[in-house]
Write a protein that binds this ligand. Structure first.
Ligand code: ZN
Ligand code: ZN
Ligand code: FE
Length: 745
């Protein structure tokens, strides 16, 4: 008496050691059959003793390999064939590829052991990997995920590697990037290769020099983190005035000397995604001041490639590891381009000959209230699928413009692309169009619907509208923020969204950014907003927060406001004039700009070198023990911050510390938000509040508001797997477009 069962496994099951896992499991249970990769995932067939088949069915999802993520297993009973063997069959080709590709994963413990084992044939080999770890998405050129369709295609495996690759019992069975010093990629620094190159790099770093290091998804610029001169030189050469640099610490214990790590932070830091984790900076952290000027946090990550592990080991010091680019350009990832662009910045370039197919920045995450809050979702996470709460036709969503991502979707799955960045740059725009084409091929999505932002001038909108033969869906920016959070939590609404960010095109053509939207995936109603003020000089007001201080003072008082210290009276008066007349000064309800105004009034910052800098620094100085709050009136959903701004100006004039002013302001926004949400939710019978938009990257504001909303009995949804910022817009657009489309056949 035998039984036969056929299983169809979907999810991230290719390139993660799933077939050898199935093979071993079947052998342990004494079952015959086969397993193969196909376009939908893994197809398997087992037969033998009915009790063994039953155990196999139960064990399969429960003991899956670490990098696998099973979405579903569908079983069917079939008549037994009498077979005795269990085999791994060749990948089935043809049809439309649909099998997800895995994300890149940090070096596993077994590979790390080999890396530092003098007796191992991969001792100190910077490309050691196996089915549990190593490059994936960054080297994939197509599907199915097999070596010829990766950037490892040019390396022919030596007999020893080939034997591992062919042995179902081996940890490297069908490990596509499998390599060793005999047959695989090589590191190089100038004329030196291999260990000699690594030695030169480590020596240069210890001497305070700057080394460009080719990583998984692009080049980093590295220097020692405790060397004031080295960091200052890197900052000067990179023209990246104040934006913080990320650090690479050798291990969790070293990271603890730099930042305060709670349980959630430590878990994020050590996870196989290996993101940059933002955590409160420790007093006395051995880090140069120029690493993160005027920031209360440091961004720390652990080594994630064997090359990083070797550098960390050989230098035994914390390194700055910032993306290899000049200020706002995208990270360099092609060797010729990197040599050219990084030549003026790095003293040395440590490169290797395994090509990077897709540029992928480091992901950035922070923990809030013990939960992860993604700030940039890229390497280690992309291209993992995200579930949509409803079925979508083939669709493409083009995102916003500054922290741009795209998203393709079909059925109940969406794939959000890697962080692309500011599209107003020729090279990023090219990454965007190439990335879209790559994802459409990888996930076999032929868009019938193309979603885009309502903003007519975004380059992503221009791209979307140029796609012919599709249905276009325009999605309002803050509606997309709301929808993204609902959808990532598997919900469709309705809910009340407090969506606070810098800029988004409103349905009335003005600049929105402090919005209370009542709605669901299909639509919304603007239930409230911040008091609108002028944005004097448009984009210049974003770079010069003192302009927003001027605009808010003009809105709040009848008399002529006095110029802020450091601003020439004539310039100030000209801007005040713009704010009064509205000439070259569109109306805005932007919450981000209110934070800018207050930061400028406090003397924290009158000009910024990156978006959100003023708010980041205002949060950093705010005294968390302060209990006071400024008035911020709420009436009919309108958050009137005019009395707030006047109270700030009075306190500043009276000599109150900026730390106290900042705290009272944060508390005012949190209280007004909670009050407005309670009123609107009560009036409309809503019980759920969504907090999203870039302003919620502010930990202090988020924690204060969350506590008040929960005390008021409201359920609160915050972003976790996608960022509160515009990196989530494409996913939100996809959710809205799916909800507005007729259900797919
Ligand atoms: Zn491994
Ligand atoms: Zn080899
Ligand atoms: Fe936004």
């Amino acid at each position: 008496m035998t039984r036969r069962a056929s299983g169809r496994v979907e999810g991230v099951v290719q390139g993660v050691g799933f077939r050898p896992y199935v093979y071993r499991l079947a052998r342990e249970e004494g079952l015959a059959g086969y397993v193969l990769n196909d376009e939908r995932g893994v197809l398997l067939d087992v037969e033998g003793d009915p009790a063994a088949v039953e155990r196999f069915v139960a064990r399969l999802p429960a003991e899956a390999p670490p990098l696998a993520s099973i979405e579903s297993v569908a079983w069917a009973s079939l008549p037994p064939t009498g077979g005795r063997l269990f085999r791994i069959l060749e990948s089935a080709r043809g049809g439309e590829p649909d099998a997800p590709v895995a994300a890149d994963a940090a070096t596993c413990a077994a590979c790390l052991g080999e890396l530092f084992d003098p007796g191992d044939r991969r001792h100190r080999y910077p490309f050691v990997n196996c089915t549990d770890c190593g490059p994936r998405f960054t080297i994939v050129r197509g599907v199915p995920y097999d070596r010829p369709l990766t950037t490892m295609a040019g390396f022919v495996m030596c007999p020893a590697c080939q034997a591992e690759y062919d042995d179902p019992a081996d940890r490297r069975f069908h490990a596509q990037p499998n390599a060793c010093p005999v047959c695989g990629p090589t590191v190089r620094l100038g004329e030196a290769t291999g260990d000699a190159a690594l030695h030169l790099a480590a020596t240069a770093l210890l001497d305070g020099e700057i080394v460009a290091v080719k990583g998984l998804g692009g080049y980093h610029l590295a220097c020692r983190a405790d060397d004031e001169q080295a960091v200052a030189r890197l900052r000067a050469r990179k023209h990246r005035e104040d934006r913080p640099f990320a650090l690479m610490a050798r291990d969790v214990a070293t990271a603890r000397t730099l930042v305060e790590l709670g349980e959630a932070e430590a878990r994020l830091l050590a996870g196989h995604e290996r993101p940059i984790v933002l955590a409160p900076r420790r007093a006395g952290a051995p880090v140069a001041a120029a690493v993160a000027p005027r920031n209360a946090e440091l961004g720390v990550m652990l080594p994630y490639s064997p090359l990083h592990h070797l550098l960390a080991h050989d230098t035994a010091t914390t390194l700055v590891m910032t993306s290899g680019n000049v200020s706002d350009e995208p990270i360099a990832y092609r060797d010729d381009d990197a040599r050219e662009r990084l030549a003026g910045i790095a003293d040395h370039v440590l490169l290797h000959d395994r090509p990077i197919h897709t540029r992928t920045d480091d992901s950035v995450v922070r923990a809030v209230g013990g939960r992860p809050l993604m700030l940039r979702r890229s390497r280690g996470h992309v291209p993992a699928a995200l579930a949509l709460p409803l079925a979508a036709p083939g669709l493409l969503a083009c995102g916003a413009e500054l922290k741009s991502t795209f998203c393709v979707a079909k059925g109940a799955r969406a794939w959000v692309g890697h962080h692309i960045g500011d599209l107003r740059n020729e090279e990023t725009l090219r990454s965007f169009t190439e990335g879209v084409a790559h994802f459409e091929e990888l996930f076999a999505v032929s868009p019938e619907v193309v979603a885009h932002d309502l903003h007519p001038d975004y380059l992503s909108t221009t791209y979307a509208l140029a796609r012919e033969g599709v249905e276009h869906v325009a999605v309002q920016h803050h509606h997309a923020h709301l929808a993204a959070v609902l959808a990532e939590h598997g919900e469709r609404g309705p809910a009340l969204g407090a969506i606070y960010d810098g800029t988004g095109y409103g349905t009335d053509g003005t600049v929105w950014g402090g919005e209370l939207l009542a709605g669901d995936l299909e639509g919304f109603d603007r239930a409230g907003a911040l008091w609108p003020v002028r944005l004097p000089g448009g984009d210049r007001a974003v770079r010069q927060p003192w302009r927003m201080a001027c605009a808010w003072l003009v809105a709040a008082q009848d008399s002529e406001p006095a110029p802020l210290p450091g601003i020439a009276p004539r310039t100030w008066q000209a801007v005040a004039q713009l704010a009064r007349t509205g000439l070259a000064a569109p109306l805005t309800t932007s919450m981000g700009r209110l934070f800018d105004a207050v930061a400028a009034l406090c003397g924290v910052r009158t000009e910024v070198t990156y978006e959100g800098q003023a708010a980041v620094e205002l949060e950093a100085i705010s005294d968390r023990s302060e209990r006071g709050a400024y008035p911020l009136d709420v009436a009919d959903g309108v958050l009137d911050a005019r009395p707030t701004v006047l109270a700030v100006a009075d306190d500043v004039a009276a000599g109150v510390e900026p730390a106290v002013v900042g705290a009272r302001f944060h508390r005012a926004v949190a209280q007004a938000t909670a009050q407005a949400c309670a009123e609107i939710a009560g009036a409309r019978g809503l019980d759920t509040v969504v907090l999203s938009g870039g302003v919620w990257q502010n930990r202090l504001l988020l924690e204060l508001t969350l506590a008040l909303l929960r005390d008021g009995g409201l359920r609160v949804l915050v972003p976790e797997r996608l960022p509160p910022n515009d990196g989530a817009i494409s996913f939100g657009q996809a959710a809205v477009a799916a909800a507005l489309s007729p259900p797919p056949r």
